[in-house]
Design a protein around this ligand. Structure first.
Ligand code: NAD
Length: 306
């Protein structure tokens, strides 16, 4: 068991700060050559700055690793294609894609602007789609040339918000839901080419979480284990890229603090059948009693028991 990434070529998107920076450094420590992608946005997605990505490249090189920067926008079609090409032109191939870039602009549905919805869905969902499209295309071409499976690892970054929704993130949560569904489809497509695709839901202290409504929860504790150190999540991203994880695909993981878990697919918990077509009355006969204990909003703003 080597768990080595020696000679592998990896793209990490949004790798100038936070989680992406940790993933890039951890992959490089295992021997991977890294394309550090980052547009250099501020925490709300505005502006461009090349120096944070360059700093991460310098940090990796100073530790004896290999890295190059790419300053493109993950959700721009041409930039996404150029990013994959950058890996191939610089290091001769691509083996690993960690989709990570993004930003938040939280508001309730009442206050959210059309722009804030479009921009956040764009960077996360289209940003995952666009770079994945060109990476998957590269892997399919490589597999056809090789006449069999090659080595491809794709990891997407979601958030628990996709599962449970969050009233203050009606742009971010559905974008993350789309990322899960996108990645599950890529996992099925990748099987024939030797490409795995998985989703990880991290939690970490980054500028994204520190500015949020729960910011105080992410502060570094004065003593005890630092649950929200972004370093806590990177080992799972790295593990899923190793040769040893080649049989793990189409899975959804959570990691933060000292715990990690792998999640089941949603499944029905109550199944009703009828001898004929369902009618409104017949549905009321089964779902009326089923939901009897959950009288929702009949007395003002009662929150249903889930
Ligand atoms: N921090 C958490 O607790 C947490 C929880 C769940 C999911 N996530 C996800 O993890 C990922 C990383 O978030 P983070 O917390 O490290 O935030 P961060 O702000 O520290 O890092 C995000 C990086 O993405 C870059 N970026 C933004 N738009 C870009 C674009 N169009 N093209 C290329 N790069 C772009 C930014 O410049 C920044 O460096 C995000 O997808 C986020 O949704 C984070």
């Amino acid at each position: 068991m080597s768990l080595s990434l020696e000679g592998r070529v990896a793209i990490v998107t949004g790798a100038a700060h936070g989680l992406g920076r940790c993933h890039a450094i951890n992959l490089a420590q295992r021997g991977a050559k890294i394309v550090v992608n980052d547009i250099g946005a501020d925490d709300a997605g505005g502006g461009r700055n090349e120096s944070p990505a360059e700093q991460v490249v310098e940090e990796i090189k100073a530790a004896g690793g290999e890295a190059v920067a790419h300053f493109g926008d993950v959700a721009d079609w041409n930039d996404a294609q150029a990013l994959v090409q950058r890996a191939v032109d610089t290091y001769g191939d691509l083996h690993i894609l960690i989709n990570n870039a993004g930003f938040t602009r939280d508001a309730t549905i009442f206050n959210m602007t059309e722009q804030d919805f479009d921009d956040v869905v764009r960077v996360h969902l289209k940003g995952h789609f666009a770079v994945s499209k060109f990476a998957m295309t590269h892997w399919r071409n490589q597999s056809k040339q090789a006449g069999g499976p090659i080595f491809g690892r794709l990891i997407s970054t979601a958030s628990e918000s996709w599962l449970f929704g969050t009233p203050g993130q009606p742009n971010y949560a559905p974008a993350k839901a789309g990322i899960v569904s996108l990645t599950m489809g890529l996992a099925q497509m990748g099987l024939r080419y030797g490409v795995t695709a998985n989703v990880v839901m991290p939690r970490a202290r980054t500028r994204m979480t520190l500015k949020g409504a729960m910011g105080a929860m992410f502060e570094k504790p004065e003593e005890g284990f630092d649950n929200f150190d972004p370093e806590n999540s990177s080992p799972l991203f790295v593990y899923l890229c190793t040769p040893e994880a080649g049989h793990i695909s189409g899975e959804l993981f959570l990691i933060w603090g000292q715990a990690t878990s792998v999640w089941k697919r949603p499944e029905p918990y109550a199944v009703y059948e009828t001898d004929d077509i369902w009618t409104v009355e017949r549905l009321h006969e089964v779902y009326g009693p089923h939901f009897e204990s959950r009288q929702v909003v009949t007395d003002g703003f009662t929150v249903p028991a889930m």
